[in-house]
Write a protein that binds this ligand. Structure first.
Ligand SMILES: [Zn+2]
Length: 463
């Protein structure tokens, strides 16, 4: 509790005196964020029939316009059953590239019967707000919108345009994200408020803060063997199930080459601070020579680290045969790959084909609605700024660049050359992490610091 308590005490003491020069986040913005969040959770913004994302988008638009945005600067565009929202906070210098803020309005499906509380009725209890989207990601969207309105109220005029780009199907097909990235790809940088974030331990002390600067490419490959089949009493050497089994065994035994980039290097370096002796040794050796087989094997024995050392592919489903007394005519497996930035899915497909080494293999990449994207460069200025803002709340907490397993909205912007960073200010206990799951919740205590953070971040980047 110490860092949080210390920070809150400081904020309470400092706020009234400092208000005249730098009007800080006040009760109005905090109350509005909570109101937006509560009412936002009640919109059932789930893909499919009854999708209320368009209504939620219009609700946000109404608040932005009431909060000082010109009506023509806030657009809600429909796409199939959903919608996306574009809000433009006009800057004074048209020569300066804009800043984008990316988030999403849709949520993952939630079956009320599985929840102890109705997922679309916001409940405030025990210091938390509960409901679908309470964490992913109506919380950040609400505090951000309240901050934008706060900045308008303060009369802040950014030097450059700030665009809020809120997608409407991040959790499913990302078609609205693709639309947004098609229209908006000329930014200085993009802040994804659905990525990054911090962790606190059970006592409330900050453990780590991650900035998402890269993500792996998601790809599914379908591997198929087909045979003539026949009666199971007269087996031949040709058997689709055996062929597929051999293929999968070879893939299981294959290790993709070690890779390292600026983001993962920085992540491993930060890990050194808390690593035990064997982990620190393996990490140092890997950083000195990524192909150090022993070090690599050690790191790859950790499921949480293997993905940070290169591309991974793993069999996830199989279907084979059509009758218990017949030779299989067909055996199919899905191999799911998380591809290291810089490698194309096509190159991975070629590798899998070579590894299997069976001319009868048919392999196709399934359309998973994703795209390959490069890692965003670690900008020293941005890193410094985020570090300063996070340290204002939690002094000394390690700030660690991270590469996620994919796929977030950032991928579509990165693929178009927009450097994108996941920079949500929310700190949570891992025991409170229920995004996509049951009884999703976020502590209300994150509202005030989120507004402090977003306000300072935007003021600084668009000063
Ligand atoms: Zn999300």
């Amino acid at each position: 509790m110490r860092p949080v308590a210390a920070f809150l005490a400081l904020a309470l003491v400092a706020a009234p005196a400092a208000y005249a020069q730098t009007p800080g986040p006040n009760r109005v913005a905090e109350a509005q964020a909570l109101e937006l969040l509560k009412r936002g959770i009640a919109f059932r913004t789930v893909a499919g029939e009854g999708n209320q994302t368009p209504e939620y988008a219009n609700f946000l638009k109404e608040h932005l316009v009431a909060g000082g945005f010109a009506a023509e600067d806030v657009r809600v565009e429909r796409l199939a059953d959903t919608a996306y929202l574009i809000a433009r906070y006009r800057g004074t210098d048209p020569a300066k590239k804009p800043i984008y803020i990316s988030g999403h309005m849709d949520v993952v499906e939630a079956k009320p019967a599985d929840w102890t509380r109705d997922p679309f009725t916001p409940v405030i209890e025990g210091g938390y707000i509960w409901g679908r989207g309470a964490s992913d990601m109506k919380y950040d969207l609400s505090t951000l919108v309240a901050t934008l309105i706060q900045l308008k109220r303060e009369g802040f005029r950014p030097s450059r345009d700030i665009y809020l780009l809120a997608s409407g199907d991040e959790e499913t097909s990302m078609k609205t994200t693709q639309k947004l990235a098609e229209e908006f790809h000329g930014a200085e940088l993009l802040l994804n408020i659905d990525g990054g974030g911090g962790e606190i331990d059970e006592s409330g002390a900050a453990v780590i803060y991650g900035i998402q600067g890269a993500e792996k490419t998601y790809a599914d490959f379908e591997l198929t063997f087909t045979n003539a089949g026949g009666h199971s009493s007269a087996p031949s050497r040709h058997n689709a199930i055996y062929s597929l089994s051999r293929a999968l065994t070879r893939i299981a035994d294959y290790q993709f080459p070690a890779e390292i980039n600026e983001i993962t290097r920085a992540g491993f370096e930060a890990n050194l601070k808390t690593a035990d002796a064997p982990m620190a040794e393996a990490t140092r050796r890997f950083l000195a020579n990524k192909d150090d087989a022993e070090a690599l094997a050690y790191l790859r024995s950790y499921p949480g680290l293997i993905g940070q050392t290169g591309t991974t592919c793993v069999a996830t489903t199989v279907q084979a045969g059509h009758a218990t007394n017949a030779l299989p005519q067909r055996a199919t497996a899905n191999v799911n790959c998380r591809i290291f930035p810089g490698t194309s899915p096509k190159a991975v497909q070629e590798t899998l084909t070579r590894v299997v080494g069976d001319p009868e293999l048919k392999i196709v990449e399934l359309d998973s609605g994703t795209v390959a994207s490069d890692a965003s460069p670690l900008r020293p200025e941005l890193m410094k700024l985020i570090t300063r803002l996070i340290h204002a709340r939690f002094p000394g907490v390690p700030i660690v660049p991270s590469m996620s397993a994919g796929a977030s909205d950032s991928m579509w912007f990165r693929a178009r050359g927009v450097p994108s960073y996941g920079v949500s200010p929310i700190f949570m206990k891992s025991s409170d992490g229920f995004a996509h799951g049951l009884n999703e919740r976020t502590p209300l205590s994150e509202i005030a610091p989120s507004i402090v953070y977003y306000r300072a971040l935007l003021r600084e980047l668009a000063k």
